[in-house]
Ligand binder design. Structure first.
Ligand code: A2P
Ligand code: 11C
Length: 340
């Protein structure tokens, strides 16, 4: 049996990763429809041995597909996801638009697969933010074992999380600066090349940014525990692909670094690289980019807290952080026969 699939935002950084991942995982795609803005209509993109012409989202009839993978921005999802769902298509939405809606499940297949069954009310399942996904894949086995009460996290996020325009901005600024020319900033409020920006998404009234608050809300929803305290600082760094996170947790019961490593080594979706020697850890360039795993390194007991643990977590933000997680949600729906 095959399923007809539409990718909304197919020409974007995440959309391209979705096309690649459907092919790499041999997802049972019948017809694949690639949708974007009218600017891209007619552009050809290869999938398996075919060239598929991009179509204008505005004219697409969603009754032609069973699955819609959306990644064209929150306002596009707000408008088109309900239309697609109404037409009988199950929407897996990679934007932040529906994530906090109580009727819409927010799913990381390694963490809360059971939540996916409840999508029937609205026909939409939300894919979490990339920074949340990789953190929770790593924390799930530790939370199950000893209970996490508090998370302090600082992120080091790649520009591909912003989209293609930001990838071009980092490459362009780097080239210009190395050639002694001034850097122009259009996508980010400050120069991103050779720099670090402590702002991802817009500022909120409480002084945190929206990206930081997403990590709070989404962690509580996915772990089904509003009592978990989460304190993030999200930073954009001049890396193209792969988000990194310094994660500090406080647990209900004591967990040693050795026990944590054992739990992580057998956790689904996790690869431990932790040698306590020069270079014995994951980095976004060498491990994150292009791989599917969530890599965990620097596992150690917090010398400042009796029940504290520190971890370094790296993953490809476009794959596990976005496209791969969406495709895994679709695989879960097929496995559990939730889509006919
Ligand atoms: P397009 O390439 O036609 O602009 P990224 O996150 O890498 O910037 O990608 C954003 C994706 O969302 C692209 O595929 C883009 O298509 C798509 N998109 C943006 N605006 C619209 C729109 N109004 N209708 C449909 N797709 C859109
Ligand atoms: C970034 N995490 O790295 C963002 C991108 O809520 O889906 C994804 C934003 C979101 O910029």
């Amino acid at each position: 049996k095959t399923y007809d699939v539409a990718i909304v935002g197919a020409t974007g950084a995440v959309g391209e990763a979705m096309i690649e991942i459907l092919e790499q995982r041999d997802f049972p795609v019948g017809e694949l429809y690639l949708l974007a803005s009218e600017r891209s209509a007619g552009k050809r993109i290869s999938f398996r041995d075919k060239q598929i012409a991009v179509q204008d989202l505005a004219n697409f009839d969603f009754s032609k597909v069973q699955i819609g993978l959306f990644s064209a921005g929150g306002s596009i999802s707000e408008e088109y996801a309900p239309i697609a769902a109404e037409a009988g298509c199950v929407v897996i939405d990679n934007t932040s638009h529906f994530r906090r809606d109580h009727e819409i499940p927010l799913v990381v297949p390694e963490v809360n697969p059971h939540a996916a069954v409840d999508f029937h009310a609205r026909g939409i399942i939300a894919n979490p933010n990339c920074s949340t996904i990789q953190m929770l894949v790593a924390l799930k086995p530790l939370h199950d074992a000893v209970g996490i009460t508090r998370i302090n996290v600082a992120t080091y996020q790649a520009v591909s999380g912003t989209g293609k325009s930001a990838i071009e901005e980092l490459a362009g600024q780097t080239a210009r600066l190395l050639n002694g020319q001034p850097a122009e900033s259009k996508v980010y409020p400050r120069q991103i090349a050779f720099n670090a920006l402590p702002q991802i998404d817009s500022f909120q009234e409480n002084g945190y940014t929206r990206e930081e608050m997403k990590m709070v809300w989404e962690t509580q929803k996915i772990f089904e525990d509003d009592s978990i305290a989460v304190n993030p600082t999200c930073v954009r760094v001049p890396v193209f692909h792969g988000h990194s996170e310094a994660v500090h947790i406080e647990t209900r019961d004591k967990l040693s670094a050795v026990e944590a490593r054992q739990l992580l080594e057998s956790a689904p979706g996790v690869t431990v690289i932790d040698e306590r020697e020069d270079g014995g850890y994951a980095t976004p360039v060498t491990d994150g980019a292009g791989n599917d795993a969530v890599f965990v390194s620097r596992i150690r007991e917090d010398i400042s807290h009796e029940r504290g643990l520190d971890l370094w977590v790296v993953s490809d933000n476009l794959r596990k952080g976005a496209a791969l997680n969406s495709v895994q949600i679709a695989e879960l729906l097929l496995r559990d026969q939730l889509i006919t």
